[in-house]
Ligand binder design. Structure first.
Ligand code: 3H9
Length: 655
């Protein structure tokens, strides 16, 4: 039974129960339609409260049904029945009311929400627009501009903001059902606002709407759905409600078959599947509460801040009191910034500060349950830190290395107990970037792996398990396509042409601007180390070394692949001359590269490296590689990722 009806005095309670997030599939739609018929037939009712069992209100239509033929009853019809019910329905919202879930709540006459609840229409993030009246009902409940932001931006709002907007009629602190029943008892004293669809749209200021629409459309870049969402909102403001509803439904059904929405659904499920590892089935570990971080540079401070923001106690170890103080300043700077940007409130900020200790005394790590080293990327340095950690922490404390490239199995082999070591590869800035690669060395215990995974979940990271190899998944693929881009430079392309091709494809920035932002000197130092170890390939490209020798370390130096003297990245004739000279020196006849040819090459290198990674068992599934490339390097999400894209018909990268 997914929908049940009970009675509390003169109020009926309709409870939807479809774990884990009450997604609306055919059975739930049918159950709701039955509940409308049943409650319509009940005598002496004042109202109906609609609530959900489990951790959340409705998270939307069941995305798993999208690839299948539509099944009756359709959601718009069920919502019309709720809106036209004999007595008003009150949605009682906890957790999240998203997509079809918020549309369901909008078909109710009133909405009561727990303070912690979130409400939103995130369909654009799935390449869709609302398909059950969301674009038509929302601007009849909140101001048109707010509705546009929610529909075309896709970001949910908190219940308190929703109340300010007029989307929520009452807030509850704890007992939601009780609050909804009490709200129901007051209905006789309130003027009836009538069914939402019968109300006029709110504040349809066309000029303000157009300005906001232009801003949101610019942000959409290659994605089709935000532009469709804007068009749907525009129709809702100008057409009769019934016409706008019909047009919204037609657009929703069209977009549901659009390659972008199929790709985005692939990513949605891939991100949720990536954090699963067969060997951990049935094994769970509590997320460590007390975390140690060794090294307080940019990465270590970011990791410490990420842990604090996720409610952990953090002890950060540096080599000297001065270094500990500098690291503490970095961490508190991040926390202050999080406070200023509204990521945390003053209470949470104070709690983070209380939970944080920076020290130069290794013994202070004795009580931590998991310690992450984020020290200089050098095998011997990391080996020494791990040896120290083994002596100062308890034997059951999990140890983690944040190395980007080093052999984690070899590092573990230097330890007294190699089963304690797991790789936790964060991306910088660690408190912002969603991706975390969990690197699985040969000797790691299930418990250490499960603890690392539990910490990642507590930090809200998208996790992907990776085997041990040079660069794991993300950096290995990046190294491969970066190398090929350098060959393209020698063969005839220029950095700004390669960057433009990548941006046109949908990347937020090209590989050369990205390198300039990160700084060219770290990779240069690594190349020199590898050369000293005799690891220089025969067809080595010298161009980046020549730039570094000239002090062109990127944005921070004002010069790198680009010239930043004006503040903006500008193509630089000096860089072009270095590239042309190198082509001449190697006897390469330069040829022009079209943007499509550049992208085709980059994609084929990514896919070939991805295939090698799968063959070697470094990644378990092709979709794990998609998840990594999207979240580490901004590979355009709406294409589904490089591995997914390869199996699709061409031309889905842009509209
Ligand atoms: C829509 O509503 C269209 C309508 O306008 C029109 C209709 C006509 N369907 O994320 P989690 C699964 S479009 C099916 O790990 P969390 C998810 O796969 C939809 N399954 O938990 C996972 O399964 P598993 C608009 C869904 O607590 C499990 O639930 N709605 C759906 O971190 C737990 O998910 C959205 O875009 C679904 N709609 O986050 C919201 N949602 O355990 C999409 C979740 O087998 N959902 N699952 O891996 C979310 O954003 C997050 O899941 C949510 C919970 C915030 C709700």
């Amino acid at each position: 039974m997914t929908v049940s009806v009970t009675q509390e005095g003169d109020i009926a309670c309709v409870t939807l129960d479809n774990p884990p997030v009450n997604a609306l599939g055919q059975a739930q739609r049918a159950g709701l339609a039955d509940a409308v018929a049943q409650t319509n037939a009940m005598l002496g009712l004042r109202a109906v409260v609609l609530l959900c069992a489990g951790r959340s209100f409705v998270a939307g239509a069941d995305i798993r049904e999208f690839g299948k033929p539509p099944m009756e009853p359709h959601l718009p019809d069920v919502l019309a029945q709720i809106e036209g019910a004999r007595v008003p329905w009150i949605a009682a919202i906890h957790g999240t009311a998203l997509g079809g879930g918020l549309e369901l709540a909008l078909a109710c006459r009133y909405r009561v929400a727990l303070r912690s609840a979130k409400l939103g229409l995130p369909e654009v993030t799935l390449g869709l627009i609302p398909g059950a009246g969301g674009t038509v009902r929302l601007p009849r409940v909140i101001a048109a501009a707010d509705a546009l932001t929610m529909v075309a931006g896709g970001k949910p709002v908190g219940a308190m903001q929703a109340q300010d907007m007029g989307l929520v009629d009452a807030l509850a602190d704890a007992d939601l059902l009780d609050a909804a029943l009490r709200f129901g008892a007051t209905l006789a004293d309130r003027p009836d606002p009538g069914p939402v669809l019968a109300r006029p749209v709110l504040n349809p200021d066309p000029a303000a709407f157009d300005r906001l629409a232009a801003k949101l459309a610019a942000r959409a870049r290659g994605r089709n759905s935000p532009k469709e969402a804007i068009a749907a909102l525009r129709r809702a403001l100008t057409l009769p409600a019934s016409d706008a509803l019909a047009a919204e439904r037609a657009a929703f059904l069209r977009l549901r078959d659009d390659p972008q929405s199929k790709a985005l659904a692939h990513v949605f499920f891939a991100e949720r599947g990536a954090g699963r590892l067969d060997r951990l089935k049935g094994i769970s570990a509590p997320a460590p509460d007390r975390v140690g971080v060794v090294g307080g540079g940019t990465m270590g401070a970011g990791i410490a801040a990420a842990c604090l923001l996720a409610g952990r106690y953090v002890t950060l170890l540096e080599q000297t009191p001065e270094a500990a103080e500098a690291a503490a300043a970095r961490v508190t700077g991040i926390l202050q910034d999080s406070l200023s940007r509204g990521v945390i409130d003053t209470g949470q900020h104070a709690a983070c500060l209380n939970a944080f200790t920076a020290t130069s005394n290794a013994a202070d790590l004795s009580g931590v349950q998991l310690a992450i080293e984020a020290v200089f990327e050098d095998f011997d340095v990391k080996r020494a830190v791990l040896a120290q950690l083994e002596t100062v922490t308890a034997p059951d404390c999990v140890l983690a290395t944040n190395t980007s490239y080093l052999d984690v199995t070899a590092l573990a082999a230097t330890m007294a107990d190699p089963s304690r070591l797991v790789g936790l590869h964060f991306f910088s800035p660690a408190h912002v970037m969603k991706l975390l690669e969990i690197v699985v060395p040969d000797a790691v215990s299930d418990n250490a792996l499960a603890s690392g995974a539990a910490l990642a979940k507590a930090l809200g990271k998208i996790t992907v398990f990776a085997g041990v190899c040079d660069g794991f998944i993300a950096n290995r693929i990046m190294s491969a396509y970066r190398a090929d881009c350098e060959y393209m430079l020698e063969e005839g392309a220029l950095p700004w042409q390669i960057d433009a091709a990548m941006v046109d494809f949908g990347f937020p920035m090209g590989i050369y601007q990205m390198q300039d932002l990160a700084g060219l000197d770290i990779a240069w130092a690594m190349r020199k180390r590898r050369a000293a170890e005799g690891k220089r390939p025969a067809n080595y490209v010298r161009i980046p070394d020549i730039l570094c020798e000239a002090g062109r370390f990127g944005r921070k130096a004002g010069r790198g692949w680009y010239d930043y003297s004006s503040g903006e990245p500008l193509p630089d004739p000096e860089v072009e001359r270095v590239i042309l000279d190198e082509s001449t020196r190697k006897g390469i006849v330069r040829q022009a590269f079209a943007a499509e040819a550049i992208m085709a090459r980059i994609l084929s290198v990514m896919q070939a490296e991805g295939d090698a990674i799968l063959r070697e068992g470094i990644a378990a599934r092709a979709e794990d590689i998609d998840v990594v490339m999207i979240n580490a390097f901004g590979f355009p999400r709406w294409t589904g990722g490089p591995m997914y894209l390869r199996d699709q018909p061409p031309r889905i990268a842009s509209d």
